[in-house]
Design a protein around this ligand. Sequence first.
Ligand code: ABN
Ligand code: CU
Length: 687
Amino acid sequence: MADRLKQLYQHISQTTTPPHPFDPLSSVEIEYAIALVRRDHGKLGYNAITLSEPKKKEMIAWLADPSLPRPRRMAEIVAVDKDSALYDGVADLKDGKIVSWEKLAGVQPLITMEDLQDTERVVREDPKVIEQCRILGIDDMSKVYCDPWTIGYDERFGSDVRLQQALMYYRPHVDDMQYAFPLDFCPIVNTATGEIIHIDIPSVRRPVNTFASNYMPPDIEKIGGYRTDIKPLNITQPDGVSFTMNGREINWQNFNMHIGFNYKEGIVLNNISFNDRGNVRPLFYRLSLAEMVVPYGNPEHPHQRKHAFDLGEYGGGYMTNSLSLGCDCKGVIHYLDAEFCNRAGAPVTIKNAICIHEEDAGILFKHTDFRDGSTIVTRGRKLVISQIFTAANYEYCVYWIMHQDGTIQLEIKLTGILNTYAMAPGEDTHGWGTEVHPGVNAHNHQHLFCLRIDPQIDGQKNTVFQVDAVPGEAEVGSKENFYGNAFYAKKTPYKTVAESQVNYNGATSRTWDISNTSKLHPYSKKPATYKLVSREIPGLLPKPGSLVWKRAGFARHAVQVTKYQDGQLHPAGRHVPQTSGEPSLGLPEWVGDGNDKIEDEDIVLWHTFGLTHFPAPEDFPVMPAEPMSLLLRPRHFFLRNPVLDVPPSYASTPSQVAAGKGITDLADKSSKLAFRAALETEACCKK
Ligand code: ABN
Ligand code: CU
């Protein structure tokens, strides 16, 4: 072992291109961290090994001056011993030392894919589960499946033992889709010992559905086959892509950023900047989806336990798909892999975990002058950095999209399969769900995501303003608003954390400005801003005081702003499974008494958005992708429209129209030059 440790150390210390400090740990670094743990603490099981991110102050200094010492590589370790005790550690990979090591009591780490797979085996072999299946008329246990969920929190069992609840399903035929055959009982499994400690059984039993609902090609052939009127739609990029990669740093259309990845959040974008006519302007220090919760709305026991924190309890990185060309993404693709380790400490690579590519974005801008027919049409493109993760039944497709005008969009598409429960013939859903297929009840639920925005709009000190579109205050007939038509954007700065805990208001088209108040626009005299435009913001429906409300404290408000602190990354807490919500962990702790001053400070904006899903038969057996989207838009940031220099697809000035000429050939150098010359005269901007 000592030899291997030495070899790994040499590999890491002698590498000619050291990793960027934001790079995820490589498989060699992970192996080295494990070797250090083994040396000091013996044999353990590994739950996670990930980059311990550099301290912001040190990192910002290094980014500004790379001749300074590079922030050192540190690994965060979550390990479990043979008695299921949990350890949190940090290894310094430069000095080859474990610099912190803590045993935690009453805390459970996330459930890994290996934990999930063990549970299905345990469930199939358990005599009490076999008996329940027999009661429902099922004899062949190879046809019984379960989706093992973390237990959420069950007051009967607390947090000391690692537990999963097994949501049970049946496949009459191996190719049948099991969510059409939900079973009505729910075993609870001790993850550490592999024992079933309890089974929740309803007092009135529900028979197993007998009617399949499938979506694979052989099944579609049986119901009439595929449509035949679809012609090929090809994407060609004969000269390749318009971005360059330097390691994990990308340059595209004036944007520059680092693309990271970790087991919990998945994609992390760091140090995003925009080159504004030669001036590199910082935008965001870090953007990530930090947490999510999917609370289900059926109050009947034990369904209150269904409220998955898919990032904190399972890991959006761990569950990520290996993407494939032509299916998940089309065009010329640059892929990045993800590297983890398994429970035994062996390396695991998810190939093609992140897809980076460009897409046509339709019209970027256009205008035709109605009087003389002069026209310009410019097409846009976008850069898409994406991942897709499978959270048991659901797929979450996450797209971080850069637009040429400096806009950053986050789009999430929901697809996959509804979580289902058994329904007896004639049973009433009581409005808590929908019978999406005979004998199949899909419960109401919400998908609430927490976006962590760590801004650096023209610098680290920023202020968040709430912006509401409101009528002028003065009465109709008054001097100030005689005709009553006045309206304006009412901007309210958040001075303290407590003031920033707000909800969405569709009636005022509420948005939020993240501004640098020391950088005023020369024309508008307003501060340089990135505006959060987000309209899909349902409130958290579980009531104040409920289990979900307590455990998912981050979801109580659409926006909350805190003062930046290193290490505050996970808004439902660092170890989420089986938290009771007493106290509420993560963001509610950091909010504290709410008195922290957040005006003109280094801040983090936590934004909860998403949708409330009332299932319908169209969502079954597999859901057509449902998109939701939000924008971070530059306002008062650029001098004027920043995409005037994107070559048009067609442009014709009034005199060219009169002379019967237009500029259409973008490859034609003289046309381009003529267009640029026209731009430089700035006719449009001169008064
Ligand atoms: N949506 C809950 C979940 C996620 C992953 C694995 C099992 C269950
Ligand atoms: Cu849903």
